[in-house]
Design a protein around this ligand. Structure first.
Ligand SMILES: *Cc1c(COP(=O)(O)O)cnc(C)c1O
Length: 516
């Protein structure tokens, strides 16, 4: 069962938590009891497949899903859509440093691991809860999340997905990835405006009660694929467990030995999943939280004060350009001994004043588990280049942030614990920055991005990621473009619930049903 971090909602089942996404009045769902591994349980998973480990972890959290349902979801989520049989393989960089490659999924980013599974869990939840409406997932994307969500929701029964992106505001490759998406239930719309326009308009639709009840009458309900949904966090716990077992199986560590994880962090989802794994009994020493120049988390863990009002920086690790890390709320809930009143107070302070302070006791509890640091733009590119030169491995800029922060951690602590660094994106997703780091020359992404893919392949000696390989040849299946004021109309149009007749008096909206 699941409860709210702010104590403002009744206890719900996993299916309800996944269907709702977040607590309606604010707050996030967390497990009422965090399950733990029995000693023999973890040991018995050594040598098992990713899907087997996933089944074990998911079963502990999804009591209202049957074993058969979980197995069916896993079979569908993690099969040929990942380019590596191990789903999240470990790469040995040195005897004490490993890279956990989380980017073998269909869109070359780590978000695939969660987004390939979550829509299936949601679809089942709707069936279990006998939701009559068809769910319409609305996504505003700055590029990456949109495609990962489209691939995850593609052809999942009972769901439609509509994805809005800034026309002219994403890279040519990102746009091509989205507009070539297949599936009967996927819709992609370019918006004449920037990402904020898209996000604000989509948020306004979620808050538009009149529109929601209009949709409900027609048999539709709105939902989001947000990273605060428990259904997105849960699949991420699996690869921490799997990575640990993998190291034991290879004889790199002995069973029971503690390891560190370094996590390039934005919304605090990925690193929080590692914390849940630790809490379940996985032997983890430190979690190393790596930020880019938007270092709100580094400052927070070092001072105990969270301050969101600061200049927003656009960096070469854009998926970590975040000033409000939503999932931190779940971590704070645990660090305060599950004090929902304190959490509610801090979150309203954050909203009203832009900051809150946690006090020494909580700060100390956090520091026992977590070490935080950040990398500048130059340091990120230098770490990328250095890893390539000394180890022959090409990182993406997000993972390079993690590498730099890990180096700082070693310099400061001298800790020699075996460490796993999450590789959160394929270098081919961020070709221009990676080539800039490797060659030292500034490349404009306004040039031919597909030529850059080939150039990076030549420079790094790696094949182009399969998700990006034949993109240039794929047929364009989505051509909708609208003004930002027209997003609502576009949703109605896509759902085929309204059409308009222009007459002398102007626009008259008629409902199809009324005409019949
Ligand atoms: C989303 C993302 C991150 C940040 O993950 P969080 O769970 O938001 O902390 C890091 N790297 C890449 C490539 C991402 O897409």
């Amino acid at each position: 069962m699941y409860i709210s971090t702010r104590g403002n909602f009744p206890v719900v089942t996993a299916a309800e938590a996944i269907k709702l996404g977040m607590v309606p009045a604010g707050g996030l769902f967390v497990p009422q009891n965090i399950p733990t591994f029995a000693e023999e349980e973890l040991k018995s998973l050594i040598g098992k497949t990713y899907q087997d480990v996933a089944a074990q972890v998911l079963t502990l959290y999804l009591e209202d899903y049957s074993q058969a349902e979980i197995a069916a979801c896993l079979k569908k989520a993690y099969r040929e859509n990942f380019a590596h049989q191990e789903i999240t393989p470990l790469y040995r960089l040195t005897d004490s440093t490993y890279l956990l490659e989380l980017w073998h999924g269909p869109t070359a980013a780590f978000k695939d691991v969660a987004l390939q599974l979550m829509p299936l869990l949601l679809s089942l939840a709707l069936r279990k809860l006998q939701v009559a409406e068809e769910m319409v997932i609305l996504v505003a994307t700055s590029g990456d999340t949109g495609k990962a969500a489209l691939e995850g929701f593609k052809d999942v029964p009972g769901l439609k997905i509509v994805c809005f992106y800034p026309d002219q505001g994403v890279s040519a490759i990102q746009e091509r990835q989205m507009v070539t998406t297949e599936g009967q239930n996927t819709y992609v719309v370019g918006v004449r405006g920037n990402f904020d326009d898209c996000q604000n308009e989509v948020k306004a639709l979620f808050a538009d009660e009149a529109f929601r009840s209009f949709l409900a009458e027609k048999g539709f309900a709105l939902s989001s694929a947000n990273s605060i949904n428990w259904g997105r966090l849960l699949p991420q716990i699996v690869y921490y467990v799997y990575a640990y077992l993998n190291l034991v199986q290879r004889g790199r560590i002995v069973y029971g030995e503690k390891i560190n994880f370094v996590v390039p962090t934005g919304n605090f989802g990925n690193i929080l999943a590692a914390w849940y794994a630790r809490r379940m009994g996985l032997p983890i020493h430190k979690l190393i939280c790596a930020s880019n120049e938007n270092k709100v988390l580094t400052d927070f863990f070092r001072t105990g004060i969270y301050k969101k009002n600061r200049p927003f920086k656009q960096t070469n690790s854009p998926s970590m350009d975040i000033l409000i890390s939503s999932n931190l709320e779940r971590f704070l809930f645990e660090m305060t001994g599950r004090n929902d009143k304190t959490i509610a107070a801090w979150m309203s302070e954050l909203q009203e004043k832009g900051h809150f302070a946690v006090g020494q006791e909580v700060q100390k509890a956090m520091q026992e588990i977590l070490w935080a640091g950040f990398a500048t733009e130059e340091e990120t590119l230098a770490a990328l280049k250095e890893t390539y030169t000394s180890k022959g491995y090409t990182l993406d800029p997000h993972t390079a942030v993690g590498m730099k922060v890990y180096q700082q951690y070693i310099a400061e602590t001298g800790d020699e614990t075996v460490t796993v660094l999450d590789a959160t994106a394929s270098p081919f997703k961020f070709t221009a920055s990676v080539l800039q780091a490797l060659t030292g020359s500034q490349l404009s992404s306004a040039g031919d991005e597909f030529a850059l893919l080939r150039e990076l392949s030549r420079q790094s000696g790696l094949p182009i990621h399969p998700a990006l390989q034949d993109l240039e040849q794929k047929p364009i299946l989505h051509q909708r473009v609208c003004n930002k004021e027209e997003i609502k109309k576009e949703v109605k149009d896509i759902l085929n619930i309204v059409f308009k007749i222009a007459d002398d008096l102007g626009m008259l909206l008629l409902d199809r049903k009324d005409l019949k």
